[in-house]
Design a binder for this molecule. Structure first.
Ligand SMILES: *[C@@H]1O[C@H](CO)[C@@H](O)[C@H](O)[C@H]1NC(C)=O
Ligand SMILES: *[C@@H]1O[C@H](CO)[C@@H](O)[C@H](O)[C@H]1NC(C)=O
Ligand SMILES: *[C@@H]1O[C@H](CO)[C@@H](O)[C@H](O)[C@H]1NC(C)=O
Ligand SMILES: *[C@@H]1O[C@H](CO)[C@@H](O)[C@H](O)[C@H]1NC(C)=O
Ligand SMILES: *[C@@H]1O[C@H](CO)[C@@H](O)[C@H](O)[C@H]1NC(C)=O
Ligand SMILES: *[C@@H]1O[C@H](CO)[C@@H](O)[C@H](O)[C@H]1NC(C)=O
Ligand SMILES: *[C@@H]1O[C@H](CO)[C@@H](O)[C@H](O)[C@H]1NC(C)=O
Length: 398
């Protein structure tokens, strides 16, 4: 099982590079903070979820060294517009599988004094690769970086969970159950539970469920409303883009190695299909604006970073999810210098073809968040981004 004690304290790591040595260890679960406790009530859950999916079956040898990972990444990003034009496919077929998991989650809702009529709107947040639910509810400098704390201060309720294979959710193989179809089935299952008023503390049944995603979590959220537009009352996709992407640089820049070779013992129960930044520079290149970041935020994210499964990179590499008949409010908010989604410059790139993909969405709004890299919640002026998001919800009647 996952243990916070297994983490190497990040202040020691940062001291080693003469960055700020002042941080203290993060507080244990439950995920709350003194300032959150003044405004809201948070409950942590361990939620049983059963999925039935048609899963892709891994067809290559498992990675036995980081040379194999390099070869995999090259296969993933290699040009196929000239012969051989066959897209890379590491799978050998599909099979129907059942999975039983425990999903770690946190629900926070405003206390009476912070209520303002929005509390029955639950923001159901799915984090991206490299993180767990602490992307939304960090325990570090929360007034600057906690999306959950900001949303609760504006009167919204928030439900956040660890995607399977991360945080306090079940450990699975990086070659099998960590794939998109399973993540999607878990998201759909959690959505139905939350809609029915399970795992919402004393709030009871929500009146609205809005899905919020970051990066891979945005791809899953998009696919959720593509497959069943009735499951959501509104979506906010962050750290995503549909126009000029640069995933090859993004995947190489992350400097991914087999997680257990980077930090032996830190990631118990993860097989060689799980990859982590070889060093903190991969984290900076992927998630931050290298010219404008808070070193303490960087070191915190390095400390809480979660390995990603190699097969989770495939959806991003294989292009956009499809058009959807979703009719609710849609916002797309991405950092101005996001490398993967906009090749480092999102200005002018978010509106199209996103507007055509979400052709029936109303209202539809895009926002380029100034100065931020891909990991918006830990980048400069994160609360500015949170404000744009909650303002959009309020304007949209959510
Ligand atoms: C999985 O189940 C579906 C629906 O029952 C079926 O159509 C499909 O052929 C099955 N796939 C495999 C690989 O068995
Ligand atoms: C999953 O849980 C269900 C219900 O508890 C049980 O019937 C099923 O056998 C379990 N499946 C697996 C693969 O463990
Ligand atoms: C919140 O308000 C409800 C209804 O107005 C009341 O029943 C409840 O006791 C209040 N809770 C707190 C913690 O003040
Ligand atoms: C939180 O982060 C902001 C922005 O980097 C910084 O100005 C502030 O001093 C930090 N606060 C704490 C308590 O670390
Ligand atoms: C959207 O609705 C149209 C008309 O009902 C239908 O033909 C189309 O298949 C739908 N598209 C999706 C992605 O569900
Ligand atoms: C991508 O963005 C550019 C610049 O705004 C625009 O001209 C182009 O039409 C967009 N591409 C698509 C496919 O919408
Ligand atoms: C922070 O972001 C908000 C929303 O985009 C913007 O209005 C504000 O000017 C930004 N503040 C700074 C200091 O960049």
């Amino acid at each position: 099982m996952f243990s916070l004690n297994a983490y190497r304290p990040w202040h020691l790591l940062s001291a080693a590079l003469l960055l700020s040595p002042t941080l203290s260890a993060p507080s244990a679960y439950p995920l709350s903070s003194a300032s959150m406790e003044r405004m809201g009530d948070c409950i942590d859950y361990q939620i049983p979820v059963t999925t039935r999916t048609e899963a892709q079956v891994w067809g290559l040898p498992k990675f036995s060294s980081n040379f194999d990972v390099s070869a995999f990444i090259l296969s993933l990003i290699r040009r196929t517009t000239v012969p051989p034009t066959i897209p890379f496919n590491p799978f050998k077929g599909t099979r129907n599988v059942t999975g039983n998991y425990t999903i770690g989650a946190t629900f926070c809702s405003p206390k009476n004094a912070s209520k303002g009529g929005h509390e029955k709107t639950v923001l159901l947040a799915t984090h991206g690769l490299g993180y767990d639910r602490r992307y939304w509810i960090p325990t570090f400098n929360t007034s600057e970086y906690s999306f959950a704390e900001y949303a609760v201060s504006k009167g919204y309720s928030v439900f956040m969970y660890d995607r399977v294979g991360t945080g306090k959710s079940s450990r699975v193989s990086g070659y099998t159950e960590s794939q998109s179809s399973n993540h999607l089935a878990i998201l759909a299952s959690l959505t139905k539970s939350v809609r029915s008023g399970q795992y919402t503390g004393n709030l009871g049944q929500p009146s609205k469920v809005v899905h919020v995603g970051h990066s891979f979590g945005s791809i899953l959220t998009h696919t959720l409303v593509e497959q069943d537009p009735t499951l959501s009352d509104g979506i906010i996709l962050t750290g995503t883009g549909y126009n000029e992407t640069a995933f090859p640089s993004f995947f190489e820049g992350a400097r991914l190695n087999i997680a257990n070779t980077v930090s032996p013992g830190k990631y118990r129960g993860l097989d060689s299909g799980y990859l982590a930044f070889a060093d903190i520079y991969g984290n900076v290149a992927t998630f931050f604006n290298p010219a404008d970041f808070d070193p303490e935020a960087l070191w915190y994210t390095q400390h809480i970073a979660q390995p990603l499964a190699a097969i989770e990179l495939l959806p991003a590499a294989s292009g956009n999810p499809g058009a959807t008949n979703f009719t609710g409010p849609v916002m797309i908010l991405t950092g101005e210098i996001d490398l993967g989604n906009c090749a480092g410059n999102c200005n002018g790139l978010l509106e199209h073809p996103a507007r055509e993909i979400f052709r029936k969405a109303e209202p539809f709004k895009t926002a380029v968040h100034p100065r931020a890299g891909h990991g918006i919640n830990f980048n400069p002026n994160a609360t500015g981004a949170f404000g744009v998001m909650t303002d959009f919800l309020a304007e949209s009647g959510l």
